[in-house]
Ligand binder design. Sequence first.
Ligand SMILES: Nc1nc2c(ncn2[C@@H]2O[C@H](COP(=O)(O)OP(=O)(O)OP(=O)(O)O)[C@@H](O)[C@H]2O)c(=O)[nH]1
Ligand SMILES: [Mg+2]
Ligand SMILES: [Zn+2]
Length: 352
Amino acid sequence: MPVRAGRVLALQANFCRVRLDLPGPGGETDLLCTRRTRLGKSGQAICVGDRVTVDGIHWPDGRGAVAGLEPRHSLLMRPAVANVDRVVVVVALREPELDPLQLTRFLITAEATGRPVQLVFTKADLHAPEAVAAWTGRARGWGYPVRAISIRSGQGLEDLRSFLAVPGIAVLCGPSGVGKSSLLNALLPSLALRTEAVSGRLRRGRHTTRHVELFALAGAGGEALLADSPGFNRPELPADPHALALAFPELRRVLAASPCRFRNCRHQGDPGCAIGTDWDRSDLYGQCLAELEARSGGGRVRSPASGLRRRGDRLEPLLDPRLRRSSRRRLRQQGEDGDGVVAELSPPGQAD
Ligand SMILES: Nc1nc2c(ncn2[C@@H]2O[C@H](COP(=O)(O)OP(=O)(O)OP(=O)(O)O)[C@@H](O)[C@H]2O)c(=O)[nH]1
Ligand SMILES: [Mg+2]
Ligand SMILES: [Zn+2]
């Protein structure tokens, strides 16, 4: 029985469409495949982007069955795409109005893949050139490669093509109605993906695209696969505040050069924190952090300011109620690398 390797391009109802690495005897490139039940039993869900092996091939009607799933090197959770090489966050400058908090939430989700993140601003024709330049400048300051385009005026489209035509899988993700499918149609006119005008007072999208699908864009030195995806409005935040800080490249940069002296720091301008609040997305970061704190009941994400007190020009820990009976000597023994809450809140060398 012939077995072929390929990549899942789309999931359609109970089928996966698999692009074969090598064409079939009649030049077939894609097969519509069912999933072998043993895949389901082992808890392995197939995602778009997965590398799979296919058997049970019946060439005349282009059918087969996915029999094996290869390990993934990355995974974007929403939209669900495996083996992502880059994430391209797409937002409109207008219609719907650019919402920096929503954009930041998309960027955070994209950062969770550990892969490079790029940013595309669409509908540049609806904004003054200075405003477009201001947004691209801001996003560059955060650390993102960014392009501004318009499918109406054609602005930036050729540049975008070379920006995206890099071998590997790039996922376009963003809110509904920002023009993700329109952008793919502009780059690959033969696609003719369905698009729909935004509606209502907020000029929101209408959730036109309903499933994730990979499309090939010829690139230099290999094939670029671009995923169109259904827009959504409110990406989830990571549960862990430390992961949140690391999802801001501008914070990551500063922390890599000079780590904050407080472990578990919220980096919210607390005395002695390496970060402070004098950076562009400080408020947005604060809003995300506040949401995490609200979710965890307010008590678990702790601030050094709430765990330290000032004595002269020194900071020293306020004791956690659970540790109140600890002697100062024991605290000293724990040192800065101790395992207690107090040690976590202690700036090096100032614990006592
Ligand atoms: N003025 C202007 N309108 C655009 C531009 N790009 C897309 N649009 C319009 O925006 C609307 C929404 O575009 P879509 O491509 O359907 O948006 P989408 O991001 O794919 O939306 P979902 O599939 O719902 O996630 C359509 O009416 C497009 O014609 C642009 O550059 N300028
Ligand atoms: Mg779409
Ligand atoms: Zn800090």
